[in-house]
Design a binder for this molecule. Structure first.
Ligand SMILES: [Zn+2]
Length: 385
């Protein structure tokens, strides 16, 4: 570690001793690596101590237990309806946690993902359009008081980013971009190994770029924002209008897979607008990789090819040349859980806590996404072949 980081041996030892004392890292048996003294082996704690991850959704909440190495214990998952009142939400979380602690587990922190904007300085949830009971609340601070554990609250996008960064495909990347088009359309940008927050943590709202001055009204109050054209939510709404019944994207995908639904025009329109977003992000941030998180691109294989082709037309050739576009094969839910866990592991492991240096440590590579393969990797160049 001292060699890799350029930090002196005593300092590395001190940092590791702190992390071991905080129970975030386990010291393993010594290992001979061929010469000299045996090396001490450390790993993120997985067995003895656990962290909790909480995904707060508009309808349901999900609470999971995980090792600090990001491995979620599926059998531990507990779901409950999201209470409408803020005070009831806090109480409910406290109660669930007590039940879990009663089963003998020792927890060292709780990570929470919230769909909304969080002010990084004040840690106040500025706006959560679908969970308004959180608006204006310092959720993390209030939870900490009730549960007596460190709490890290991050917006969903930053949770996905941290999971990909610490445990996923982005472990070895320093310049990449993650775009989620599931509900809204947001990006998280890793620039030179650092997540871009902007002046108070609200960076990344690509979805609210105007792409049609007379377009439909967006949730932000503006007209013709990118996210009124290119998200799973919009695709599901268009399909629902056509069929005269309310479907979400999973139900629409099911009907489509059964051959009962011709929605090529809806999908193509969404892809074309998504390509505008991807190309713009590539032009602005010059990433090595763009990870695409969402569902509708998976409805037909040709959609990803179409997207890559359009991005190629719209992005600057020199910028795109070194850039891979990866369509992540995922269930959003699973990635969100990993995001909540990553949020607290990140907070516990960065020196100085919340205000510390904001580089992620890297965990062992695990399956952040579903399926045997971690990521469904398709580079734009492969798609062209
Ligand atoms: Zn908007």
């Amino acid at each position: 570690m001292a060699q890799q980081t350029g930090i002196s041996y005593p300092t590395v030892s001190k940092i590791l001793a702190d992390l071991v004392a905080a129970k975030v890292v386990d010291e393993q048996d010594e290992e001979y690596i061929g010469f000299g003294r045996p090396a001490k082996v450390y790993q993120l704690a997985s067995e003895v101590r656990a962290v909790l991850g909480l995904v707060i959704g508009p309808v349901n909440c999900e609470l999971v237990v995980s090792g600090c190495d990001g491995r979620i214990r599926d059998e531990s998952t507990c779901r409950f309806r999201t209470p409408r009142r803020f005070s009831t939400l806090i109480k409910t979380i406290g109660k669930r946690l007590k039940q879990m602690q009663g089963e003998g587990e020792e927890f060292i922190g709780l990570g929470v993902t919230v769909p909304g904007l969080i002010d990084r300085e004040t840690e106040e949830i500025v706006k959560s359009p679908n969970i308004p009971q959180l608006d204006g609340k310092r959720f993390g601070a209030e939870l900490e008081q009730v549960i007596g554990l460190p709490v890290a609250v991050v917006q969903c996008m930053h949770g996905l980013f941290l999971a990909e960064r610490m445990f996923g495909e982005a472990r070895d990347l320093n310049n990449f971009l993650l775009l989620n088009y599931n509900g809204g359309l947001g990006i998280a940008v890793c620039n030179d190994d650092q997540l871009m927050y902007g002046s108070n943590g609200l960076a990344g709202e690509l979805g609210h770029t105007t792409v049609d001055v007379e377009g439909p009204v967006c949730g932000c109050g503006n007209r013709g924002c990118l996210e009124t054209f290119a998200t799973d939510k919009v695709v599901a709404e268009s399909v629902s209008r056509r069929l005269g019944k309310n479907l979400d994207i999973s139900e629409a995908a099911q009907l489509h897979a059964g051959g009962e639904l011709d929605i090529d025009d809806i999908l193509e329109r969404a892809v074309d607008y998504l390509a505008i977003g991807v190309a713009s992000a590539v032009n602005i941030f010059n990433p090595e990789v763009v990870f695409l998180h969402g569902r509708f691109l998976h409805l037909q294989d040709r959609l990803f090819d179409r997207l890559c082709e359009q991005v190629r037309q719209r992005a600057l050739a020199a910028t795109l040349e070194q850039c891979r576009i990866i369509r992540v094969n995922q269930r959003t839910q699973e990635s969100e859980r990993a995001g909540a866990v990553a949020a607290i592991v990140h907070q516990l492991t960065i020196r100085g806590g919340k205000q510390g240096v904001d580089r992620c440590i890297r965990g062992p590579k695990i399956e952040v996404h579903d399926g045997a393969a971690n990521c469904f990797v398709e580079s734009s160049s492969q798609a062209r072949e």
